[in-house]
Design a protein around this ligand. Sequence first.
Ligand code: SAH
Length: 277
Amino acid sequence: MSKPRRPAAGPVSHGPGPGARPGDGRAAFSAANSNTRILGPRSFVLPTPAARQAADAGAAPANLGLNSERQRHAMVQRLRAQGITDERVLAAMMAVPRHVFVDQGLASRAYDDAALPIGYGQTISQPWVVAHMIEAMVRGRTPQKVLEIGAGCGYQAAVLAQFIPVVHAVERVRGLYELASKHLKSLALPGRVHLSYGDGMAGLARHAPFEGIVVAAAGVKIPEVLFDQLAVGARLIAPEGSTHQRLMLIERTGPESWQRTELESVRFVPLRPGTQA
Ligand code: SAH
């Protein structure tokens, strides 16, 4: 019997979408309010180069540094309340200083449960989305080597590297690839992050198979080539769609079989082909 190349339709579990009950801990992550919300220029004012220099010289980050552990602790408590239960993921979220990954002008908002602009029209993902995607990818297993597509400023790669020994991360915008390299080099991470500049829609065949793949940008369809780069038994988690996006979980159940599960409504920046110099 010939096996489907595409993941077969699997059980569909609808998570909170636009109609989620108010008061449901996760309702806040419906489409209207979800991570990777694309924020308009009026939402935030990025600092001028002079202000950035002053901040880099120490003033703002030093103040935040004193508080950041407490803020991260509060963030982790919030993640628990929002349904994240995997202690590896919670510990990783506690360990990574998210304020290092955002522009210093936004550092005071670094631990809000919000996506924030990182330049080039892109965003750092909302903490809940980062934790939720990683939790879904690693549930019941400990991957040794994973792939992240859409590294952005490098935050999620740093979280992954807290308990996954080898993390490959791909970014298509050169400026962000450089920013992520700078951020990741500034931290002592338990695992190794191999960052590449390129089009993640092709995956990273030379390092495949991966024991998990996480995609941080939404394609109208998830690129099928990624399914082949999953190890048998491994999971890929990715948003899919354009106006209406859903988080999809794809599990490779055999050499030629995949199971597809639909999770909640989300809003991510688009997955784009090619690279941007
Ligand atoms: N993982 C990031 C999220 C960054 S936003 C975090 O930790 O916050 C998603 C990123 O995906 C953007 O930086 C965007 O440039 C990138 N992206 C979009 N299409 C891509 C592609 N085909 N290959 C690699 N990166 C891509």
